[in-house]
Design a protein around this ligand. Structure first.
Ligand code: HEC
Length: 110
């Protein structure tokens, strides 16, 4: 993964709140490819965990580059590796916005 791309992901995540267009792009992909398992409102369904809330935030705060890798390599779980880089970036921005941008702020490990 080129460092430049990680920078773009971090920038997109930081910029997600004031720029709804980024989140909206991710939303279409999310509804088509993620919502069946993770819920339309990121609430989680059965074994698929919620993508918002204290547990998720604690796990991923300051880790948006890792989150990008997780999504790009292992999601959607029924077709891993099928997302384009752009879609994975949009999804990180969307999930970050759903967590009120708090993932992009420095966590314990950052
Ligand atoms: C077929 C069901 C399914 C689909 C579709 C799916 N996921 Fe998942 N997802 C899971 C399950 C089950 C886990 C928990 C196991 C794991 O972490 O791999 C998970 C874990 C995750 C995690 C880590 C959650 C955590 O708490 O650490 C993220 C982020 C995630 N999914 C994002 C996505 C995104 C974005 C999409 C759409 C591109 C997606 N998933 C599509 C089932 C699914």
């Amino acid at each position: 993964m080129p460092l430049l791309l990680l920078g773009v992901v971090a920038l997109l995540s930081a910029a997600a709140l004031p720029r709804p267009a980024v989140g909206e792009r991710g939303r279409a992909v999310y509804l088509a490819r993620c919502a069946d398992c993770h819920g339309r409102s990121f609430e989680g369904v059965e074994e698929a965990p919620a993508l918002t809330g204290a547990r998720f935030e604690a796990k991923w705060r300051g880790q948006t580059a890792r989150l990008y890798e997780k999504i790009r390599r292992s999601m959607p779980q029924d077709d891993p590796g099928s997302l384009s880089e752009a879609d994975a970036e949009d999804l990180v921005a969307l999930v970050s916005a759903a967590n009120h941008g708090r993932l992009a702020t420095a966590g314990a490990g950052n």
